[in-house]
Write a protein that binds this ligand. Structure first.
Ligand SMILES: Cc1cc2nc3c(=O)[nH]c(=O)nc-3n(C[C@H](O)[C@H](O)[C@H](O)COP(=O)(O)O)c2cc1C
Length: 360
């Protein structure tokens, strides 16, 4: 068994997965107070929101993690975008949206850049995590100089080794069960990827840096299995989605709590492959559609459909991100989910270290 990751600074080697769109610092603070490492997802936050959320976390005086996307945004292609709008037209028309209202709108996810790096330099989080690979070396070196530990998701051994060669402190082994976007950046074909325990068992002898298990971990038995398979920590997302401190919508919560609702990998909502609960668009268009623009350019065209359907109380066009396993989801304080998972760790972890004061 791997030694648990003490540099996380939390009492337990348990990371609450960053979940853009479903949480803010509130969930991270609750998990931190309960002994896990709380995470702030930054992908959908503008600079002002990011600053105020990081200030909340830094002010609490506990270790914390902030997470960024490091994708390479493609140049928008008007032909591809027009084809996507055309593909969505029958559903837009059924909702009474005219062509103009159905045109793409809204901001798309921006990758980690120099301005965000300046904020990191001011706030100095304990851990910085990346999804979709790493930023360029100059930025990565700046992150490293803040003193933060750097971790990143990998979905194949090739990706894990690439990250190790770039000097990450730990690799997140994201199994196929995981909810939300696949973090792949070299191997987008999901048939090359595998479930969490298989990744751990296959990588443990091949990757020297510690592995963090992500995907399908919902209870103490899952924690035990991940740690026994070579993980030095676990990262849990879906099990926290119904917590009182999460910002998950009521439409999303209702579906998460349905034990029979199936999930699938889909590219419809952003253009990138992600796991979510099946909804009408996924069933009627197929969960994967070649006409969807590449990540992250598929989402703006869907925004008006989603908005109109949600106003009618329907989740037909809403991304309902969820892992395959939802047994740990409960409508309860996050501390209860942390306590349930904590039973899977066999040791008494040391108390966390105090942090430097927050910048004003
Ligand atoms: C609603 C939701 C949103 C997510 N958003 C992010 C994100 O912003 N950044 C990230 O690195 N991972 C994100 N993920 C993926 C998680 O980091 C993690 O891989 C996954 O939750 C683990 O699987 P589990 O959901 O079965 O616990 C998200 C997952 C979910 C369920």
């Amino acid at each position: 068994m791997q030694a648990p990751l003490s540099w996380l600074g939390s009492r337990l080697p348990l990371i609450q997965a960053p979940m853009a769109g479903a949480q803010d610092a509130g969930l991270a603070l609750a998990v931190g107070a309960a002994g896990g490492l709380g995470s702030l997802p930054a992908a959908l936050l503008g600079p002002d929101a990011l600053r105020s959320q990081m200030h909340r976390l830094q002010s609490a005086g506990r270790p914390w993690l902030v997470n960024f996307f490091a994708h390479h945004p493609p140049a928008p292609d008007p032909v591809v975008e027009a084809r996507w709008v055309e593909r969505l037209r029958p559903w837009a028309q059924a909702l009474g949206l005219d062509a103009e209202a159905a045109a793409p709108r809204g901001a798309v996810r921006q990758p980690f850049g120099p301005a965000t790096c300046e904020l990191l330099e001011a706030f100095r989080p304990t851990v910085v995590s990346f999804h979709f690979g790493l930023p360029p070396d100059d930025l990565l070196n700046r992150v490293r100089r803040t003193g933060a530990r750097i971790v990143c998701s990998a979905t194949t051994l090739r990706e894990a080794r690439w990250l190790e060669a770039r000097g990450v402190d730990a690799v997140i082994a994201q199994g196929l069960e995981a909810g939300g976007h696949r973090g792949h950046f070299l191997d987008p074909d999901p048939s090359l990827q595998g479930p969490t325990l298989e990744l751990l068992q296959a990588w443990r002898a091949q990757v020297k840096v510690p592995l963090i298990a992500a995907g399908g971990i919902t209870d103490a038995d899952d924690v035990r299995a991940a740690m026994a398979s070579g993980a030095a920590a676990v990262q849990v997302g879906t099990a926290f989605l119904c917590c009182e401190e999460a910002l998950t919508s009521s439409l999303h919560r209702t579906r998460l709590l349905d034990p029979h609702a199936p999930t699938a990998l889909t590219n419809l909502f952003s253009g990138g492959l992600a796991r979510g609960l099946e909804n009408r668009l996924m069933r009627e268009l197929g969960p994967v559609c070649a006409d969807a623009p590449p990540f992250p350019l598929a989402s703006p065209a869907l925004a008006p459909l989603r908005e109109r359907a949600e106003a009618l109380g329907r989740d037909d066009f809403t991304p309902l991100w969820s892992g395959k396993r939802r047994g740990g989801c409960r409508t309860a304080p996050a501390a209860e989910v942390v306590a349930a998972l904590a039973r899977g760790f066999a040791w008494n972890a040391p108390a966390p270290q105090p942090l430097s004061p927050a910048p004003t």
